[in-house]
Each structure stands twice: as C-alpha cells, then as structure tokens.
Design a protein around this ligand. Structure first.
Ligand SMILES: NC(=O)c1ccc[n+]([C@@H]2O[C@H](COP(=O)([O-])OP(=O)(O)OC[C@H]3O[C@@H](n4cnc5c(N)ncnc54)[C@H](OP(=O)(O)O)[C@@H]3O)[C@@H](O)[C@H]2O)c1
Length: 349
C-alpha cells in the first residue's frame, strides 16, 4: 500500500548510542529518546513498517558499541542513531508484495517502537504463533539456531560423549545442554550463581553443574566433573575457562567456538596458555557465525518446534517490560544479571 497524506504519525521512543564505548558499557552510553514514526512506506518502495513487540538483548551488540578501524562481521553502531537488534514484530504497512499488515515476523529491526524496514526480505515469517511470540528472540530465533548449528554442525556430537557448556543457563547455553541430552550425551554446565546452577540441574536436565565464581581452581572443578575428560566444549566465555578446558579435553575433542563474553569489555584480550593441548590431543577448535546458517532456518524451526511440543526442550526467559529499560537489560548481560534469555517486551500485540 502506498503512503497517503493521511498516514498516522505516532510516538516512537527509540534507543540510540550516545558515544562509542571502551571497557564495560554503562546505561549512560545509550539514550532513550522521544521521536515519531509515520505508519506508511515511501511511495513505490518495497519497505515495510513494523511494530516491534519484543527486542532481543545479545552479547555481540557490545562489539558494535565500539569503533573498529578494521570492519568486523557486523557494522559498528553509529552515535546518535538507533541501535539495531533482532526482534519480533508485526507488519503495520507494506510496499513489499510478500508482506501484508498483520503478518508476524522476526529479524533485524530497530531498538524502537516502530521501524521502517527497508529490506523486509531479510525477515523471517513466524510459522508457529501458538508459542509465546517472545520465543522468536530465543529458542525459535537466532540463539536457538546458534545452539543448534554450533552443537550439531560444528561439534558433531556422538551418543555417549562428554559435553561441557559455559554460560550454560543463558539464551544459547540452556539449549545446547538440552540438545546434548537429547543426543544421549553426558553434559555439565557452568554458570555464575547458585540459582543458575540449580536451574541447570533441575530444569534443563544437565547431569552436573558448578558455579565458576565459587571455584578457586577451574582445572580441579573440571577434573571433578569429568574424570574421563571432555569430548565437546561449547565455548561461550573464553579466558581462564578455555585454558582450563584445554587441559581436560580428550583425544580428538572438539571445541565449538561460539563466543568469548569474558573478553568483550577488555581493552587487551587475555592470552590462551594451553594451546599445545590442541596439537597433542588433535583437538579441533572451530568458530562459527550463526548468520551463515540463516538459510537453514526453516528446517531448524520445525525441528525445535517439535521438541517444544513434545516437552523435550524447555526455555527460560528473562523479560524486562518497556523499551526504556533496554539499556539496563543489555548491560546486565555483562554482569550475569539475566537468568535465561534476556529480552525486552515493547508491546504485547
Ligand atoms: N557465534 C554466534 O553466531 C553467536 C550467536 C549468539 C551468541 N553467541 C555468543 O554466545 C555466548 C552466549 O550468548 P547468549 O546470548 O546465550 O548470552 P547469555 O548467556 O544469555 O548471557 C550472557 C551470560 O554470560 C555470562 N557472563 C557474562 N560475563 C562473563 C564473564 N566475564 N565470564 C564468564 N561468563 C560471563 C553471564 O552468565 P553467568 O552468570 O553464568 O556468568 C551472562 O548471563 C556469547 O559469547 C555470545 O557472544 C554467538
């Protein structure tokens, strides 16, 4: 539908980056500003206006808050401009033949109430609205696909193998652990509080778990949990944990390099000391970026929806109400404040 002179203009609060960040980000590095949005697409364009319902808070957004001299795999945010993130949205107006008002989608959108999406073909349709729509920021969205491809495609698990997951109660980690159990693996997780450790054992079915903040010797903690060593490490944190894991890997083990959150706020990344283990134990360490697998999303969505329906996978979310609370929610990731997948509820319909 083309823009009309009578198209409604609505209030559109948005979250912008105030300045490039060094070190730990602070709420004050972002700003919630009042703006307006026109609920119409430019005449002749194939854009869509969407109403954002749920916005995702993801650790990789920290990287985008700094200025990089060399381009990374995603562009830096620009001070003064709205942040972008994965979100769940409802189409309000569309110049794109593939979308009509009322369609439910997830994909890259703005940290704001309404967004003019200029490339709606990048959005994914929501095929299972019977689940909470917020799941499309997590178990049925980007983090879910991350857990799935990082475990199955990169780590290539076999039944009976020993699997270790760090940041195990988070958006990605809780799913890796459950997928490992479905595969018939023995799985242990680490997390940063006793509450999270309890969740791992009682809700997500991990065989064992420990609070890494209470362990003085990570190597000893891993030896206690894996007397026979680790076949697969699903790496979410890096730093001292990676070093301790390398000492405990088994012959021909695999390390699925998903993320290194302990390094994201450091000016100088920490080194890895035990790399010779990779040689001696013939370990395969492999990084991946979920975006490379977006073409496989449809197959993943069906499989994960099946697991949810059968009760084989459960999912814990940490939902913050109101777009004005986005900066605090995002920063909380780097202090371990989130219990489960962190997201912001902007509107309920
Ligand atoms: N490769 C990809 O395509 C891809 C896609 C999505 C996510 N990722 C990566 O996957 C990892 C998990 O992401 P997520 O979305 O699932 O986040 P999340 O686990 O839901 O939240 C982040 C968690 O990281 C832990 N953490 C924070 N600072 C830490 C530190 N210094 N040392 C150890 N743990 C720390 C905290 O849990 P505790 O309380 O347990 O410390 C925090 O709750 C991140 O590294 C992220 O960058 C990669």
């Amino acid at each position: 539908m083309a823009a009309s002179a009578a198209a409604a203009e609505v209030s559109n609060r948005r979250v912008t980056l105030k300045r490039y960040v060094t070190g730990f980000p602070a709420e004050d590095d972002m700003e919630v500003v009042a703006a307006t949005a026109r609920l119409a697409v430019p005449p002749g364009s194939a854009a869509a206006v969407v109403k954002n319902l749920y916005l995702s808070c993801d650790p990789y957004m920290r990287g985008r808050m700094s200025r990089h001299d060399e381009a990374s795999y995603v562009p830096d945010f620009v001070p003064g401009e709205v942040l972008t993130t994965f979100g769940v949205s409802k189409v309000v107006e569309s110049g794109h033949p593939g979308y009509k008002p009322g369609d439910l989608v997830w994909g890259m959108t703005g940290c704001e109430e309404y967004t003019l999406v200029t490339n709606p073909e990048t959005l994914f349709r929501i095929s299972h609205p019977e689940f909470p729509l917020s799941y499309y920021t997590g178990v049925l969205g980007m983090p879910g696909l991350t857990a799935y491809v990082g475990f199955f495609d990169v780590a290539k698990p076999k039944k009976g193998e020993y699997v270790f997951v760090s940041a195990a109660s988070g958006a990605v980690g809780q799913l890796v652990g459950q997928l490992a159990k479905i595969t018939g693996c023995y799985v242990v997780g680490s997390a940063g509080s006793d509450e999270k450790v309890n969740l791992l054992k009682t809700k997500f079915g991990f065989d064992n778990a420990f609070n890494y903040k209470k362990e003085h010797d990570l190597n000893a903690a891993l030896k206690r949990c894996f007397p026979e060593g680790i076949d697969i490490y699903f790496e979410n944190v890096g730093g001292a944990m990676l070093d301790a894991v390398l000492l405990n890997m088994r012959l021909r083990g695999r390390v699925s390099m998903c993320g290194l959150i302990s390094q994201y706020n450091l000016e100088e990344p920490e080194g890895v000391r035990n790399l010779f283990c990779v040689v001696a134990k013939r370990i395969r360490m492999e990084g991946f970026i979920v975006m490379d697998y977006f073409g496989t999303y449809g197959k993943f969505e069906e499989e994960m929806a099946g697991y949810l329906k059968e009760g084989k996978i459960t999912y814990v979310e940490d939902v913050v109400e109101g777009i004005e609370n986005t900066p605090a929610a995002l920063i909380g990731l780097f202090h371990g404040r989130n219990v489960g997948k962190q997201l912001v509820a902007v509107a309920r319909e």
